[in-house]
Ligand binder design. Structure first.
Ligand code: NDP
Length: 265
């Protein structure tokens, strides 16, 4: 594995005399910044969209239906399709009148079944949405970010990507892949004032976890040190921090929001 780290000339580490200023952070502009959240029409994505909107940002929700939640603007986007992602970014850029500065790749699906029963289609569909979908968004967003010389890429993974989960080989593989994606983007674009981070939620009360039976839910809660599921807003708070000027020097990080479930992974 090639893990070459190139320090740019004049980087704080290469030159100890250089001071690092946290004021006037160039990796994110003053509000309102332009934000695109995939799958921002419900669940965790909607909570993220609302949190950033409340923070003063211009938030565009990218949803499959193209319908906007109350108080937000939306563009139509299927992250499983490159042309749709490109068109969604173009439409969002037209709405905000410039490039997208913060992208949150949140859209995700599950198709759970045991390894022996998992079809190629089950595997491909989940990886194509959760991992390749995030890649398509990051690639398209990076064009404008490179031009602007700043940007934030935030990928919504899962504790399952770190712990693994029986019956979720497709989902866990897609979610752990996001870590390599964010860290590689950090190595490619970190010197251009672009950060890429991963948020790894545990069990959050949304449509996705409402599919669990009461027994499954109780078994999961038993394993969570916090002793409860989280609300989508608790994930949104971590995303809001990663998007803020205060997080300018955080990149390639995996931030757990899991009540301690994934500790040490
Ligand atoms: P939901 O099932 O409530 O929502 C999923 C969202 O993703 C919806 O907005 C959905 O849009 C969108 N989506 C799915 N496929 C596509 C696609 N091809 N193109 C565009 N949008 C799509 O899930 P959550 O809110 O719970 O999950 C959000 C993210 O957080 C996911 O990535 C999930 O894996 C992750 N996560 C969730 C956890 C949880 O406990 N809930 C735990 C850890 C991670 P539509 O309305 O059109 O279906």
């Amino acid at each position: 594995m090639d893990a070459t780290v190139r320090l740019p000339p004049g980087s704080p580490i290469a030159s100890p005399r250089q001071t690092v200023s946290t004021s006037g952070d160039a990796s994110v502009s003053d509000s309102p910044r332009s934000v695109l959240v995939t799958g921002g029409n419900r669940g965790i994505g909607l909570a993220i969209a609302r949190a950033l909107s409340e923070a003063g940002d211009r938030v565009i929700v990218a949803s499959r239906s193209g319908e906007a939640p109350e108080g937000l603007e939306a563009v139509q986007c299927d992250v499983a399709d490159t042309a749709s992602v490109d068109a969604a970014f173009t439409a969002a850029e037209e709405l905000v009148g410039g490039p997208i500065e913060i992208v949150v790749a949140n859209a995700g699906v599950t198709r759970d079944t045991l390894l022996l029963r998992m079809s190629d289609e089950d595997f491909d569909a989940v990886v194509n949405t959760n991992l390749a979908g995030a890649f398509r968004c990051a690639r398209r967003a990076s064009k404008g970010m490179i031009r602007m010389k700043r940007g934030r890429i935030i990928l919504i993974s899962s504790v399952v990507g770190l712990l693994g989960s029986a019956g979720q080989t497709n989902y866990a593989a897609s979610k752990s892949g996001l870590v390599g994606l964010a860290r590689s983007i950090t190595r490619e674009l970190g010197g251009r004032n672009i950060t890429a981070n991963v948020v790894a939620p545990g069990f959050i009360d949304t449509d996705m976890t409402r599919e669990l039976t009461d027994d499954q839910r109780a078994a999961y809660v038993k394993q969570i040190p916090a002793g409860r599921l989280a609300e989508p807003e608790e994930v949104a708070a971590a995303v809001r921090f990663l998007a803020s000027p205060e997080a300018s020097y955080i990149s390639g990080a995996v931030i757990p929001v899991d009540g301690g479930l994934g500790m040490g992974h």
